[in-house]
Design a binder for this molecule. Sequence first.
Ligand SMILES: Cc1cc2nc3c(=O)[nH]c(=O)nc-3n(C[C@H](O)[C@H](O)[C@H](O)COP(=O)(O)OP(=O)(O)OC[C@H]3O[C@@H](n4cnc5c(N)ncnc54)[C@H](O)[C@@H]3O)c2cc1C
Length: 545
Amino acid sequence: MSEGVLSPAARADAVARLEREEVDVLVVGGGITGVGIALDASSRGLSVALIEADDLAAGTSSRSSKLIHGGLRYLEMLEFRLVREALRERRLLLTRLAPHLVRPVEFLFPLKHRGWERPYIGAGLLLYDTWAGRHLPRARHLSHRSALAAAPALRHDSLVGAVQFHDAQEDDALFAVYVARTAAAHGASIVTRARAVDFLRNETGRVVGVRAEDSLAGRPLELRARHTIAAVGVVTDKLLELATGRAQSSLRPSKGVHLIVPRSSIPMRSGLFMRTEKSVFHAIPWRSDYWLLGDTDTEWDGEVDRPVANRSDIEYLLAKVNSVLARPVEPSQIHGVFAGLRPLVAADGTADTTRLSREHRLFSPLPGLTAIAGGKYTTYRVMARDAVDAASVDLGSMARSATERLPLLGAETPSESSDPIRLRHGGCAEEVLQLAEADPVLAAPLPGAGRYIAAEAVHAVTHQGALDLDDILSRRTRTSIEASDRGRAAAAVIAPLVAPAMGWSEARYAEEIERYRRLRDAEEAGEAAPDDAAAGAAYRAVMDG
Ligand SMILES: Cc1cc2nc3c(=O)[nH]c(=O)nc-3n(C[C@H](O)[C@H](O)[C@H](O)COP(=O)(O)OP(=O)(O)OC[C@H]3O[C@@H](n4cnc5c(N)ncnc54)[C@H](O)[C@@H]3O)c2cc1C
């Protein structure tokens, strides 16, 4: 096994290898599903490459609620198989596969009705805890007084009591990077900034690879593979159309928006889980300094590669949380906003996206090509296994999935550590600390980026596959949603620090800072617009201006 390093040099080597060699499995899409497939296939001994149009997890996989959960609300939808499967994955991730990246999180479920609600919710949580096994504390019933002691932020009349329960959380973008690195350590070639634009076919019509655009080098690539797996989330219909020449409508994208506010704005010990008219609302503790508030669930018919939040999304989320708080969260307290698209599999006759199943689906549109979509972050490993099983039948490979017993890179460090760098990187924290030891400038905190140190920005480039400031500030660190200036100040500090590793001249890094700021300006322009159409137009106007 190599060290699983993703760097500009490793990318260049991977491109050169792919232009030379045919691989067994080519994965298109570097969200959690794609990187999970790359890991599953490479750890079975297959030769594997993955191409991603943008950055690892740049799509939905950096924009989720960041929960590894069974999904309490799916119990009510009677999706028992999905809940059980997700709880099993939660246990595996917490205890064996990624204890350095996945942590328990405590929630308070406020009860609003006397009588029926406590036994009803209690029974659901009993089932949830029973299926989960004994790796997290079981649900506990709280009186009105104990609930308010745990969550003094809540208005006295907003609840009659509560139930406390546990789920788990992770940093979705960083987790995907660690899955990709683990795949690279098993020999997978990982190439970001490479978009599949067409499929290669042989004389029988079988898919034998893809034609891609390398946006870093600005040139086309021809990548040959014995089997291609598309894991492109909400873009699945577009890619299947490209493959088959027929219009597709297998997915119903639904937009989900979250806000980030400082922890001090809501005095509570545990997170909050509330039912809404159609779905659920969470206040989730994020790092030690923030709350993640979300989310919305509305149908999206705009561009699938850049969902934008609008003013109504933000007003809805503030109204939801403020409906139970004694002291409201003010719009001025919002540090960050992000929008993502759920790749929901369409069901005939279901109009409401909140009712659509979170099950995943495999497609075999042509010989040599499998596509997978739907599902949840939590069940990425199962999705990956199913996709590689389908490819293996075509490849005539008998090797079985090994990921159930395969800890991710860095999993050797116990999760009890309170050092923030170890909490973020587990055993790979040594890589960051070595950079900091070699250069005292890198040991210092990054101005404008909360608790991150400068070495983490450089490590993002030298080990974690980041290729620009947005990769570093939005996905390797989460500064773009945590810092109230959305990372604009940090961008100016980071650019010269990472310039040598990126090979950037002074003029180039000035352009990169400008580009980063424009991205944030465009998002903020969208957030001020009243609806999706206006937000999309405002976003594009800034980007094109
Ligand atoms: C608001 C919200 C909250 C959520 N919360 C949770 C949660 O708490 N827990 C949970 O378990 N799940 C959650 N989910 C669901 C979960 O986030 C998704 O199911 C999962 O991230 C989907 O991953 P994916 O890899 O299939 O898709 P994506 O992450 O979208 O990845 C697809 C990738 O394909 C790339 N791509 C597209 N076209 C091409 C091309 N032509 N060539 C190369 N690459 C291409 C894209 O750039 C993208 O990176 C949430 C989803 C949303 C929207």
